[in-house]
Design a protein around this ligand. Structure first.
Ligand SMILES: Nc1ncnc2c1ncn2[C@@H]1O[C@H](COP(=O)(O)OP(=O)(O)OP(=O)(O)O)[C@@H](O)[C@H]1O
Length: 604
């Protein structure tokens, strides 16, 4: 090639390199001098709490993060777009520049998550073709991360590097604090491998145990064993991890990795970073309009359907546990009190979750009576929907007992303003039926006229939305089991057949059945309420070959001692629908090792 052709090309190359190097140097100087208000706040917070996980030099992180990511070239466009939309509340120039580099990473993560999904859908057709034919270059493909479809990684060796700028855990550079939960703080973290941001939940194992020791209930008198979960709160975290590990759905926050080094006092849960955090802070003067609430509600419904399909009840659905991604996708988070179940529903006792979102049937003093976990989730979802459009929860009181009374007895009232459509009111009221038997079920909500816009926007089928995840033997061994009593199994089985939460024995009693009330419940005002059949009588009925529930009811022996039976001994649902397997006979089966009593052990 002639020298005259190459010369101008070389000149333009060298000028391009010079120009860019200068810009990168400017950027480095600029970022090094930058401290966000968040950062200084967190620095003071970290020093106050004397946490060993002090805020790293985020400016340096952002600087290197941006440059390493090859973001330097996008910097101008990012600045432009953000600056042009800034208002009086916008950060100042120095704040803005440091904010921008994080925001660019965030945008990239959202894009990649979005692209990932697009890519996954198109991968079948694109696999054998050059990546460019799918509008995604090989280079970009490499950047497509995090792969939220990947199973959760469990890492037991954590290499902690500390320098004056930041703390690094394996590939994760810790950045500013983004939230605090009851068990620990949540920090933003930059993953050097896939160049994305994550939310890192930091749990102090020692503090967990110590705090627990302080508040542990006094030893029980009548030699009653303390429920096993209460012995070690780490088990709650382990349960949360065991549950989260199995979940992969666009509307559930993904647990990407768990860093748990036995030599480290801290346990780190690495979540996908959801940029816009919680859906709505309550109370608010600015609730969502119906259209926005509709979109968020449908997302939440999809997430909840997937959860229930995976045999998990969340137990703490509320707006602050619904995170919003930058692409306006709702992600259900916080599985701290969730429960895994077998069979068709979780049988819960005791209270867990947030008082204002608890269902009336969960507020009973009698811890021996079980209630449906699915129905509890529907109630919380109803309260959440109400709160999204009204700006506050329907039942409020500063005293917990008074609040419980209101939840159990008061009707749901809607304020005059904001104006809420009749269809939405009717849906909310259907989800907030005090009697779980009359409460809407998930499949009914999916077909509701407000949800589907009178059929114009049908929800995807359960089959399309859910895929049953496979659970390994080890996971089963290590996961917490729900061990309902046999009577509850019978009750729920009957509910399964009828496809309603309602007590199938109620009408029998109303018709003059011989069943005694087993509890005096202030929560259940319905005079026709009949508690589940006691276990011993159910077993007796089974042994005597009495198959139908009416016959079993008649054999109820109120003085009989209840018997606890592991649910894994009974299969309620087979491939071809529901079927009976022989019920276990007394004496009671001793609990296996690793079995933790039930979800009722979760402290309120
Ligand atoms: N994946 C995430 N992405 C972005 N922010 C998050 C993420 N997870 C948690 N957060 C933020 O951190 C805060 C604390 O979360 P965390 O799950 O530890 O506790 P919580 O749900 O608020 O409370 P608790 O643990 O007491 O129920 C949340 O309120 C949220 O703002």
């Amino acid at each position: 090639m002639a020298m005259s052709t190459i010369q101008p090309f070389l000149t333009s190359c060298s000028s391009f390199i010079r120009k860019n190097r200068k810009r990168m140097e400017q950027l480095q100087q600029h970022s090094a001098a930058t401290t966000t208000p968040n950062q200084s706040h967190n620095q003071s917070l970290s020093s106050k709490t004397n946490s060993p996980l002090q805020l790293p030099g985020t400016a340096a992180n952002e600087k290197t993060g941006g440059l390493e990511n090859g973001f330097a070239n996008d910097f101008d466009s990012g600045t432009g777009s953000i600056a042009s939309t800034s208002n009086a509340n916008s950060p100042g120039p120095t704040e803005r520049s440091s904010f921008l580099s994080v925001s660019q990473m965030v945008r990239q993560q959202s894009d990649t998550t979005h692209n990932n999904r697009r890519l996954m859908r198109s991968s079948a057709v694109c696999d054998d073709r050059p990546a460019t034919s799918c509008n995604i270059t090989r280079e970009k493909l490499h950047m497509l991360s995090p792969n939220l479809q990947r199973p959760t990684k469990l890492v037991t060796v954590v290499d902690k590097q500390t320098n004056e700028e930041y703390i690094k855990l394996n590939q994760y550079r810790m950045m500013e604090e983004i939230g605090q939960g009851s068990y620990g703080i949540v920090k933003l973290a930059y993953n050097e491998h896939d160049k994305n941001l994550y939310a890192l939940k930091v749990l102090d194992k020692i503090k967990l145990v110590k705090n627990f020791a302080c508040f542990r209930p006094p030893p029980s008198r009548k030699n009653k064993p303390v429920p096993s979960v209460l012995k070690n709160p780490l088990q709650l975290v382990q349960r949360e991890i065991a549950i989260l590990k199995k979940l992969t759905h666009p509307n559930i926050v993904k647990l990407v990795a768990v860093l748990d080094d036995p030599n480290d006092n801290y346990l780190y849960m690495v979540f996908e970073y959801v940029e816009r955090r919680s859906l709505l802070e309550l109370p608010t003067e600015n609730p969502l309009d119906e259209e926005t609430a509709w979109k968020y509600f449908r997302d939440t419904l999809m997430g909840l359907e997937y959860l229930h399909f995976q045999k998990i009840v969340h137990r703490d659905i509320k707006p602050s546990n619904l995170l919003l991604s930058e692409t306006e996708q709702v992600k259900i988070a916080d599985f701290g009190v969730s429960c895994e179940f077998e069979g068709i529903d979780a049988f819960l006792t005791g209270t867990a979750g947030t008082p204002a979102f608890m269902a009336p049937e969960a507020l009973t003093e009698d811890s021996s009576v079980f209630y449906s976990g699915r129905a509890q989730d529907i109630w919380s979802l109803g309260i959440t929907l109400y709160a999204l459009v009204v700006g506050n929860v329907p039942f409020r009181d500063e005293y917990i007992i008074a609040l419980h009374k209101k939840i159990k007895n008061d009707p749901v009232l809607f304020p005059e303003m904001p104006k809420i459509s009749e269809q939405l009111k009717s849906l909310i009221l259907g989800m907030l039926k005090k009697d779980p038997g009359h409460r809407l079920m998930l499949h009914e909500i999916k077909q509701n006229e407000w949800v589907t816009k009178f059929g114009l926007a049908p929800m995807p089928s359960e089959e399309a939305n859910c895929q049953l995840v496979t659970v390994t033997e080890e996971e089963i061994e290590n996961s917490v089991r729900v061990i309902p009593r046999l009577d509850t199994l019978i009750l729920v089985k009957a509910m399964g057949h009828r496809k309603r939460f309602g007590n199938p024995f109620r009408n029998r009693e109303a018709a003059g059945g011989s069943v005694r009330m087993r509890r005096k419940s202030s929560s259940v005002k319905d005079p026709t309420y009949v508690p589940p059949l006691s276990t011993a009588s159910a077993v007796q009925a089974q042994n005597s070959g009495l198959e139908n529930t009416e016959e079993r009811l008649k054999t109820d022996r109120p003085d009989a001692k209840p018997l606890e039976v592991g649910i894994e001994t009974i299969s309620l649902r087979g491939k071809n629908g529901y079927h009976d397997k022989p019920l276990p006979t007394p004496p009671p089966i001793p609990p296996r090792r690793n079995q933790i009593a039930s979800c009722s052990d979760v402290p309120p």
